[in-house]
Write a protein that binds this ligand. Sequence first.
Ligand SMILES: [Zn+2]
Length: 187
Amino acid sequence: MDLREEYENGKENSDDVGKHEFFMKQALLMGERALEVGETPVGCVLVLDGKIIGSGMNDTNRSMNGTRHAEFLAIEEALQTYPQSIFSKVDLYVTVEPCVMCASLLRQYRIRQVYFGCANDRFGGNGSVLSLHSDSSVDPPYPAHQGIFPKEAIMLLRRFYIQENTNAPNPRPKRNRELNMDFSDEG
Ligand SMILES: [Zn+2]
């Protein structure tokens, strides 16, 4: 579902738009922090009743653990304070469409809704590659909305790949790259 169409069709009132944009900006700030430390710049926040209860950014390079995606870190933070059952009242704002792994995790945690910036054409689990949010499964589905600040999310990724190409004396082999998304055909 593309949130831009929802805006245009008037399904989203302006308060909601402001709220979505506010939380996506916080997710983008997490992505900026990831970029500063050389991680693939994806950031997210978990929101309960208008309050951020967890935030995360990619941490796969530092930890050398390919499962340390932003969503996992945000969930870990929230679980320090809240029980797992809280996630049925929690919304996720993430700059890039959750990957297949995270999309499945979010479903198992029964996240209420997911809002993401840009699509993840190679690994996306919320419609791009697989539709783990909506297909029939053992866990309840969750709505996923696309299109809050997609250009900002893409620009973070572009800056990362430019920086990586400039800094690396010996470019890393492709297979070691996390979320190696190609946005070269994007406007
Ligand atoms: Zn992921």
